[in-house]
Every structure is written in C-alpha cells, then in structure tokens.
Design a protein around this ligand. Structure first.
Ligand code: FAD
Length: 503
C-alpha cells in the first residue's frame, strides 16, 4: 500500500520554445492556440477540481497532423536537447523517474468530461485536443459498424445513427460533450453496459498515433480476427498514456422498436436487489438498464436542480429500461413484471414512460445526479465495483464512519454492473474530511476484492491507490508496457501509473 502524494513533482520535460511554436503554427495554421483566455478552459477539469498551467492548445484535424506533432515532440526536441551522454536506452524508465530531460510532454484531451483529473495537464504539458477530428468516416448499414474520427461527440454519433435506425452501444450523462476517443481511452461504461457489454467487446478497431509519431493502423471492422495479439485492447482504458487514439470503429446495435422506462421506489436496498433478480428473470432479453439512486440523491435533485420526484418519497429509487423489437410483447412482459413486483411488495410506488419526453424526464433523474452534486459543495467522488449484494453497505458504513463531518453522503449507480458511485460533499475543500474518507474507502473496497475504479479510470487522482485493486506484479508489467510504448514518458505524464512504480 502507498500513501498518496498530493501533487507529483514536475518531471524534467522541455518548456515550449518559439521554435516549437513556429513548427506547430506551420502544421496547424490558426489551430495553435496560445491566447491564455482560450487555453484556460482546457486547463481545468469538468469538476473544477484540478488545474494545469499549459500555455499551448493544439487542435489537429487529421491523423497525419497528430503524427507530426508527436514526432516533433520526441525527435526534434531530442535532437536539439538530449545531452550527448544520454541514449534512448538510458531514458527507459529508471525507478520511474524519467531521465529524458529534454522532451515536450503532451496531454491528449477529448471532451474534458473525465472525473479523475486525467484530461487536463498537471503542469505545462501541451494540450492536444481532438475536438476538430470530428468526421464520420464510414457507416456500414448491413453490419452496423461505424468508423469515425476520435473527436466525434458521443451524442452527435447517436443522432447520426438514429437517423439510420441504429444506436451507439454506450450512453452516458456526459454524452453532449464527451468524445468517442475519450470514451475509448477511459473504457467508459455508462448506462447501456448491462445490455451491450463494455467497449472491450464493441470496439472493433482503433487507429492510434504512438509516442514516437508512428501511426498504428488497427482500424479493423471485423468481428472475428484472431491473428496474433489483439493490440487495440491495450489502448482501451489506457487514459492517453500509451498512444493518441485518432479513429475508432465500433459495432452498433439496431435501434430498438420499443423502449420503456420505469421509475420505481423501494423501502430497503434488499428489496431493490430482489427486484433486480426478479427483473432479470422476467424481463430477460429486453432488459437494457437497471440503475439506482438513494433518497439523498433525490433531495439534491430537488434542491439544486428543481427536478420533482415523480413518485412518493422512498429510501431508494430504481430506473429500469427495456428495449425490444415488439411493443406489444415488451409491454406485456413489463406489465407482468410490475404486477409481480407490486403484489410481492418489493416496490412501493412507480411510474412507467413510453413516450420520448417522459422517458427523457425519468432518465434525467438518474443522469443529472452528478450535476446536482456539483451544486452541493466540494465533492469527493468514488467509483467502486463490488459484489452487487455489498454495494450499498459501503454508503451506510461511510455515513456511520463520517458522522456529521460531511455535508452529504450519497450513493447511486449501475446496480446491474455492480458499480456504485459514492459521493461525499462538504461546503469547501476539507483536508480533515478527506483524511477520514481515504484510505477507509479503499481498504473497505479491497476487503471485498472490489475495484477502486470501476469505470472512470485512475487519472491523476486515483493513480497511487492502484495497489488496492491490482497486484504489484501486474502494476510492474503495466510500467514495462508504458516504457516500451512511450520510453520518454511524454504521453499524459503523472496519470494512471503510481508515482512509486517498481521496475
Ligand atoms: P476527456 O475527459 O477529455 O479525457 C479522459 C481521459 O482520456 C484523459 O486521460 C485523456 O488524456 C484521455 N483521452 C481523451 N481523448 C483521447 C484520445 N483521443 N486518445 C488518447 N487519450 C485520450 N463515465 C463513465 O464511464 N460512465 C458514466 O456513466 C459517466 N457519466 C458521466 C456523467 C457526467 C455528467 C460526467 C461529467 C462524466 C461522466 N463520466 C462517465 C466520465 C466521463 O464522461 C467519461 O470518462 C468519458 O469517457 C470521457 O470522455 P472525454 O471525451 O470527455 O475525455
């Protein structure tokens, strides 16, 4: 176990020079941004919890431009800067303190909606934004495979596909801003994972630019391809530390003909779990989401976003979504399930939506909890995977453990995937509260063999806690992979891997 260092020390990377800027301006005319007011939003994360001090925002439009940027960062500055006694093999990890004193570091950035401080620089790393890489390259309406550039916004892809009777296999509250490249880089889970599985299954191919500027074309559109190692899997969830994702091909499901959303209330978490079991048995193949929030979340939605509770007050709320191909059949199954859930007193109240507007309104109660929390004060966020029967116990134990130290302690998340979002707020940043939460939350999670990051990644904030969920040999192997793919450590430094990585 390691103790987290508040902020890592700046590694000895080059500082950007006029010569660098002249090069970037040549390859990215009008897209090399140095105006501090324009760079500032990219220096701050969505939660406004971490802030970098980058002075340069690069906005490439093509894979070739990304390749030229990275080639310059490692090769040009190395030629200029690397002192003669250093060789490339010297700059391979040495106790994880990079010896590559003269290279430029880079922070790949998508929609900047990440929640673990991975998307913004820590110091003056150059920001490489994929926002202008937003072209759809191909859609095959027979196979349902979409191929697009990494900077396509998730919601825009959804709109594009819906017009063609398909949907994206993932959906999340940040869909209006997050980009498919960022989704892949974080291996985002979200609201449809229960039905369509993780990006490790639905992403069929990736195009990447490696740290030395090489383009790695793994942009396959095949569902089956067992020719050697499946390299793309390494980059799914690598949080910009192994390569820059420039294009993605992804398998998309047909748009369901009938969608129903049910919002239910339960008196206890045990009843909620029994409802989940019943739901899996009775809804089977049409079940597409099973999400929950507690009464504290509902209180925050009412108070901060003025969203009304559509049913009577309950300790727990469930959002169930069904998606199928036959409205009559789906309605009948849902009716049978609701009748059983009500008569066996598993749920105490509920409402059903079949029209688009009401479906959206019910979903927003679940999707906007993250936003409601930002209005409640400083938020400590924990994204935990646990055996499903234990997930709410952590919230209860945390409340007991903190007593009146916290303003709110809330739990919500993806029950169907055993994924709890535990959030603790305080009126302002409070080091004493943080010391009470951590490492308690991580020890608790490790004692159930859970994961300290179910879907958000480790980024800057969680990197030093990796050992609570991963064996040290596994972490060391990750370090070797990083050293092989990015020997100078220029890609998203200070993120994902722990400071004290053992070699
Ligand atoms: P960014 O935030 O810009 O970057 C995230 C990480 O990916 C960084 O480390 C960055 O360096 C790297 N990166 C970005 N683009 C690239 C690229 N092209 N190549 C290489 N590395 C890259 N997450 C979930 O998993 N499930 C949820 O349900 C969910 N709900 C959310 C709801 C809200 C309201 C918010 C604000 C966030 C939510 N998130 C959720 C977290 C976040 O939206 C996801 O992590 C998302 O996938 C990040 O995408 P992005 O484009 O914003 O990436």
């Amino acid at each position: 176990k390691v103790s987290p260092s508040a902020a890592p020390e700046r590694l000895p990377f080059c500082r950007v020079t006029e010569e660098d800027l002249a090069f970037f301006r040549k390859i990215l005319p009008g897209r090399t941004i140095v105006d501090p007011d324009l760079v500032e939003p990219s220096n701050v994360d969505w939660l406004k919890s971490v802030r970098g001090s980058s002075e340069v925002l690069l906005r490439p439009q093509t894979t070739e431009e990304v390749s030229q940027i990275l080639r310059w960062m490692v090769t040009k500055s190395t030629e200029r800067c690397l002192s003669s006694h250093q060789t490339f093999s010297h700059v391979l990890f040495s106790s994880y303190s990079y010896c590559n004193s003269r290279n430029l570091a880079v922070n790949p950035q998508g929609g900047n909606t990440g929640l673990v401080g991975g998307s913004v620089p820590v110091y003056d790393e150059l920001i490489l934004s994929t926002s202008l890489m937003n072209k759809i390259l191909n859609f095959d309406s027979i196979s349902g495979v979409l191929t697009c550039q990494a900077g396509c916004v998730l919601e825009n892809l959804s709109f594009y596909l819906e017009e063609r009777d398909y949907i994206m296999p993932l959906d999340l509250g940040a869909k209006g801003s997050c980009q498919i490249g960022g989704n892949v880089a974080t291996n985002a889970g979200g609201l449809r994972l229960l039905r369509y599985g993780s990006l490790h299954g639905t992403v069929l191919g990736l195009e990447l630019v490696l740290a030395d500027g090489q383009v790695l074309d793994c942009l396959s559109t095949l569902r089956k391809d067992n020719t050697g190692y499946d390299l793309k899997q390494l980059f799914i969830g690598s949080e910009g530390t192994l390569g820059v994702i420039t294009a993605v091909s992804i398998l998309c499901p047909r748009k369901p003909k009938s969608v129903n959303v049910v919002f239910l209330g339960c008196e206890t978490f045990e009843q909620l779990l029994k409802t989940f079991q019943l739901c899996k048995g009775m809804l089977g193949e049409i079940l597409s989401a099973f999400e929950f929030l507690d009464s504290e979340c509902m209180r925050l939605l009412n108070t901060h976003l003025k969203l009304p509770n559509p049913i009577s007050d309950c300790p727990f709320y469930i959002v169930i979504e069904t998606s199928g191909s036959d409205p009559t059949h789906d309605a009948q199954k849902l009716h049978n399930f609701l009748e059983e859930a009500m008569t066996s007193s598993l749920v105490s109240d509920g409402t059903v939506a079949t029209e688009e507007a009401k479906i959206k309104a019910l979903w927003s109660l679940r999707e906007r909890v993250t936003e409601a929390l930002t209005h409640d004060g400083f938020t400590h966020k924990y994204d935990i995977s646990l055996p499903v029967e234990r997930i709410y116990q952590l919230v209860t134990d945390m409340r007991k453990h903190l007593g009146n130290q916290a303003k709110s302690v809330v739990g919500y998340g993806h029950v169907g995937d055993g994924n709890l979002h535990l959030n603790v707020t305080s009126p302002s940043k409070d080091p004493a509260l943080l010391a009470a939460i951590e490492p308690f939350v991580y020890e608790w999670t490790a004692s159930c063999r859970g994961s300290i990051s179910a879907e958000h990644g480790l980024g800057l904030k969680k990197r030093n806690y990796i050992y609570y969920s991963k064996q040290s040999q596994a972490v060391a192997l990750m370090g070797n992979i990083k050293a092989m793919l990015d020997p100078k450590g220029i890609l998203n430094p200070y993120k994902t891997l722990p400071d004290n990585l053992k070699q």
